[in-house]
Write a protein that binds this ligand. Structure first.
Ligand code: GDP
Length: 138
């Protein structure tokens, strides 16, 4: 079994569609084995998105992800990392395949409703960023 870090972003919590997104996650065969609703501070967001700090959209991204509550989750399945990336769809919702979370719910390339870890190495780092071991119940 593999684990990945998911974030339901502020555009989705604002529209009260976390339940709809969780249904899509579970229908894809991913188990939600940890979950909490939090508000990221600017410094937490800058650290979490550190790999993007040279990108032109970094400031906007930090502003967006701190603009409201997020739901952080640990998802578990065989091949959870690629499975969740496929379930989310492409970063830009106009390029996301039909049936994906982003095709169904994202508002824009920035306000794209969900985050999912992109590698096994980053999944471990990102899960440990938000969760203690005793908060994860597999
Ligand atoms: P992801 O792995 O599909 O989430 O995509 P990336 O790692 O490339 O980007 C991280 C996040 O930055 C995305 O999910 C978007 O919220 C945001 N983002 C990516 N590209 C752009 C862009 O061109 N403009 C803006 N404003 N935000 C972007």
């Amino acid at each position: 079994m593999e684990r990945t870090l998911s974030i339901i972003k502020p555009d989705a919590t604002r529209r009260s569609i976390t339940g709809k997104i969780n249904a899509m996650i579970e229908e894809a065969g991913l188990s939600i084995i940890a979950q909490k609703r939090i508000r990221l501070s600017v410094s937490q967001a800058e650290e979490f998105y550190g790999v993007h700090k040279e990108r032109p959209f970094f400031k906007d991204l930090v502003e967006f992800i701190t603009s409201g509550p997020v739901v952080v989750q640990v998802l578990e399945a065989d091949n959870a990392i690629p499975l969740y990336r496929k379930t989310m769809g492409a970063t830009n919702p106009s390029e996301a395949e039909e049936g994906t979370i982003r095709a169904a719910h994202a508002e824009s390339i920035e306000a794209n409703s969900v985050h999912g870890s992109d590698s096994a190495e980053n999944a471990v780092i990102e899960i440990n960023f938000f969760f203690d071991q005793d908060e994860i119940v597999g």
